[in-house]
Design a protein around this ligand. Sequence first.
Ligand code: C5P
Length: 267
Amino acid sequence: MKPHLEPRERIIVALDVPTSDDALRIVAELKGLVSFYKVGLELLMSGSMGNLLRALVQEHSVFVDLKLPNDIPETVSRVVAIASDIGATFITLSNSATRGTIAAAIAGRAGRPDPKLLYVSFLSSLDRADFAQQYGGPEAGFESFLEERTAKAKDAGADGFIVSGQEIGLLHKKYPNALIVSPGIRPAGASKDDHKRTCTPAEAIGLGADYVVIGRPIRNAPDKRAAVQRVIDEIAEVEAGNGSPSNGHALGASSYISGAPTIAKPR
Ligand code: C5P
């Protein structure tokens, strides 16, 4: 059974910035509004990751987005152990993670519940055409490919999935108890940047996402608090149960601007 989350608790802000100072400036600006942050490869490479993580976990939930590769079990296990010691809530495993990688990650938690292991099902910067090109299958095989890949990860012990676009609904239906965390979130009319499979916040939550990960639309907003508040309002509308998932796409998109009721959350 998943815990009840308030609309604001469903938002994870991606701190895609080069330094701790940059990250903490965003956190300070969003104080009281956002309680969950994601730190990733940019902060790791700049050397800011460890200290920033330790500072963030004092008052926030933290998602460590390393997309852990298929390294030897010892390495995977030790990395997850450190993340658990620090108090990370989520950590990502890349889709190269095998059964052995996932078992090693679970061993690294040493019986502790966190960090939850989220398997990156298929990058939001890729679509079914990329799937066909990379795996040589017909585009129509994308869904069954995702189902097969995620079934293996779930069976190996992954707690949930990173999934974007319409495939959120597919995985939510197949794994109603798995955590569904969705990046590639864009307000209606906003640039998709490098994502090919995007959703508005309302669409993602309406399709069954537990959390939405939002980076640039908040990081680059002139008024970050107002940008977050719009997402909160949009999620609250979905949770109020207005509309239905089948008409979600169009309604979700337009309502980001109008504030009109959007899609129902299928829970
Ligand atoms: O700026 P934007 O909202 O596109 O940020 C999305 C964040 O989610 C980035 O930090 C990116 O690394 C991450 N992410 C993603 N797609 C995945 C997994 C993680 O966009 N499949």
